[in-house]
Structure formats: structure tokens, C-alpha cells
Design a protein around this ligand. Structure first.
Ligand SMILES: NC(=O)c1ccc[n+]([C@@H]2O[C@H](COP(=O)([O-])OP(=O)(O)OC[C@H]3O[C@@H](n4cnc5c(N)ncnc54)[C@H](O)[C@@H]3O)[C@@H](O)[C@H]2O)c1
Ligand SMILES: OCCc1c[nH]c2ccccc12
Length: 301
């Protein structure tokens, strides 16, 4: 089995790669794409209230003929209604009686506060509407605040995770690991999709050529080596098959070090770029203010 099941802190298990529906839109093409993912072998679907395609995902689940127990369904509370109403709408849309995992999509939704929100999430488990509950986009302080009052621990925290943010996210990984919380990685392929041309290009393509695979598969194998669950997507069947096959790839420790180092170099480059952009913005603002003062005859120097 290339991508194993991971054990959750509540005794349940989760497939370690998921197919995400964020960018599918809705209607028949969304149903077809989820159908395709299930038929190539994905058995974990990651959706959300805000993705507006839970119904389409549910239709594909039904059409797949898979037994409910053979598929792991995650959805998220995105704040469109209160938690009790939202979870009932979500399971209704999905056409199932429970979801395997229900996540708080963002800590920003936790109004008035995290403990109050988490109490409502715990009730969802008691009501049998979610088997497990978790969080998304929580930092260490927010996880700590949640754990201070939790009766049921979150099983997972779904976060942005790729080599350019690895060092930045590492404290979240360490904290999660100390508390038995699984990290789910989204946007793992950003170095290829949104930030090509960076320091990762070289090591990714050289490792990919040596192993006769594609750079996205190398990133998947890197994430697997870091012990995270991968949440990804594609409309292309060949890419989806490649993601699943990447579960069998074995990277050497030198490969992993090379990716970590290039990731850190890219992060430094991005920080420098951001600082430069901010400095340029400040200079423009100052020049503008000086021009206005001079126009108004105000002597500032
Ligand atoms: N919890 C959250 O806040 C949150 C945020 C973002 C995404 N997600 C979840 O994660 C899922 C996946 O997110 P993502 O789309 O950012 O994932 P991703 O980083 O895995 O990117 C997937 C995209 O990469 C492209 N791709 C694959 N290989 C490539 C290559 N070699 N070169 C160029 N492009 C390549 C695919 O075609 C696809 O469009 C979402 O559908 C959603 O379920 C959750
Ligand atoms: O998950 C993808 C990004 C996204 C879509 N809707 C949201 C609501 C809250 C936090 C993140 C998101």
C-alpha cells in the first residue's frame, strides 16, 4: 500500500493522501472530477462548506458504488452558518449520515473565541454527525488555547505546507507531534504552480530525473517523509495517478536535505523581496507626501 493509513489520536484511521475539491467549481464537471479521482484510487475526499460543491462530491461518492466505510470524507465549517446548522447542511449535501472528519476552516471563524467554538465542534461528535474533529490554519498559540479547554483533542490541523514555508511552519509540526495531532499539508505544489524559478527548481528536477518521475511526485515523497498527510488535486487523470504512485518513492536523506536547504534559501529570498517591496512602497508614499506638502506650501524639511 503506497500511501498508508495514519492512526488518529481518537483511535480512528485516515488515508494519508486526499483529493481536494476547492478549485472544482460546481455542476456536472465537479461531479466528473471527483468521479475520476475515486476511480483512479483516491479514498479520501477533502471538501468544505465554502467550496460550494459538497453536493457534487456526494453525488460522485454515491455513483462510485464504494461502501461508506471504504471512503474517508472530510468537510469544513467555513462560517456560513452556525456549527450545528452547518454540519447538518453538509452531511445533507453530501448525502451521508456522518463525515469522517469535520474541521474548523480557520481560527478567524472562532467567534467569540476558540473554546466556545470548540465546544460546538465536540457536540457534533456527540451527535454522531462527525467521527473525528480537527482544525485548519491554526498556529501554535491557537492550538494551545484550544487544548487548554478541550475535552476532545483535534485529530488534525490542515495547514499550508511546502518547502518554502517548511521552516516557518516547523513549530506547528513540532507542537502537533507533541500532542498527537496529525498535520495535513495543503498547497504542497506551490513551488511548481506559483513560485517556479526559485532555488527548488534544480534539486527537484535533478532528483526527478534520477528517479524517472516528475517534480510534483518528488514533492509528494518529501511531504510523506516529513510525516504529513497530503491534500492535493488535479483535473488530469495522469497527474492523479502520479500522485498516488509517489507513495512508493524512496528519497535518500541527501535528497531530503537538498530540498530542505533549497526551501530555506527560497524563504530567505522571499523575505528579502518582501522587505524590498515594502521599502519601495514606503519610499513612494514618502515622495507622494512630500509632493503634496510642497504643493500646499508646507515646509517639512
Ligand atoms: N484548509 C485550507 O485553508 C486549504 C487551503 C488550500 C487548499 N486546501 C485543500 O487542499 C486542496 C489542494 O490545494 P491546492 O490546489 O493548493 O494543491 P496543490 O498544491 O497540490 O496543487 C494542485 C495543482 O498543482 C498542479 N500541478 C501538479 N503537478 C504539477 C507540475 N508538475 N507542474 C505544474 N503544476 C502542477 C495541478 O494541476 C493542480 O492544479 C484543495 O482542493 C483543498 O481541498 C485547503
Ligand atoms: O480552503 C481553501 C481556502 C478557503 C476557502 N474558503 C475558506 C474559508 C476559511 C479559510 C480558508 C478558506
Amino acid at each position: 500500500m503506497p500511501w498508508d493509513l495514519v492512526k488518529l489520536n481518537d483511535g480512528r484511521s485516515m488515508p494519508s493522501i486526499a483529493y481536494g475539491t476547492w478549485t472544482l467549481g460546481n455542476g456536472q464537471s465537479a461531479v466528473d472530477q471527483v468521479d475520476q479521482a475515486l476511480s483512479v484510487g483516491f479514498d479520501h475526499v477533502d471538501t468544505a462548506q465554502s467550496y460550494r460543491n459538497e453536493q457534487e462530491a456526494g453525488q460522485a461518492l454515491k455513483e462510485s458504488g464504494l461502501a461508506r466505510s471504504d471512503i474517508f470524507v472530510t468537510t469544513k465549517w467555513s462560517g456560513q452558518a452556525d456549527i450545528p446548522t452547518s454540519i447538518r447542511n453538509s452531511v445533507g449535501n453530501l448525502g451521508i449520515s456522518y463525515v469522517d472528519l469535520y474541521l474548523v476552516h480557520s481560527p478567524r471563524l472562532a467567534v467569540p473565541d476558540i473554546p466556545t467554538t470548540w465546544k460546538q465542534m465536540e457536540q457534533v461528535v456527540k451527535d454522531g454527525l462527525a467521527k473525528s474533529i480537527g482544525i485548519s490554519n491554526f498556529n501554535v498559540e491557537q492550538m494551545q488555547e484550544l487544548l487548554n479547554s478541550a475535552n476532545i483533542k483535534p485529530v488534525a490541523n490542515q495547514i499550508l505546507f511546502h518547502p518554502y514555508v517548511y521552516a516557518q511552519q516547523k513549530p506547528i509540526l513540532d507542537f502537533a507531534s507533541q500532542h498527537g495531532i496529525i498535520i495535513e499539508a495543503y498547497s504542497l505544489l506551490i513551488p511548481l504552480t506559483h513560485q517556479p524559478g526559485g532555488p527548488l527548481d534544480k534539486p527537484l528536477s535533478s532528483i526527478a530525473s534520477r528517479l524517472d518521475v516528475s517534480p510534483d511526485q518528488v514533492l509528494m515523497a518529501w511531504a510523506k517523509a516529513k510525516g504529513v498527510v497530503v491534500v492535493t488535486t488535479s483535473s488530469k487523470e495522469s497527474r492523479l495517478k502520479g500522485y498516488l504512485a509517489a507513495g512508493d518513492l524512496k528519497l535518500t536523506s541527501d535528497d531530503i536535505d537538498a530540498i530542505d536547504e533549497a526551501g530555506a534559501a527560497g524563504a530567505r529570498r522571499l523575505t528579502a523581496k518582501t522587505l524590498l517591496r515594502r521599502a519601495a512602497g514606503l519610499a513612494l508614499l514618502t515622495a507622494g507626501a512630500l509632493a503634496v506638502c510642497s504643493y500646499l506650501g508646507i515646509d517639512v524639511l
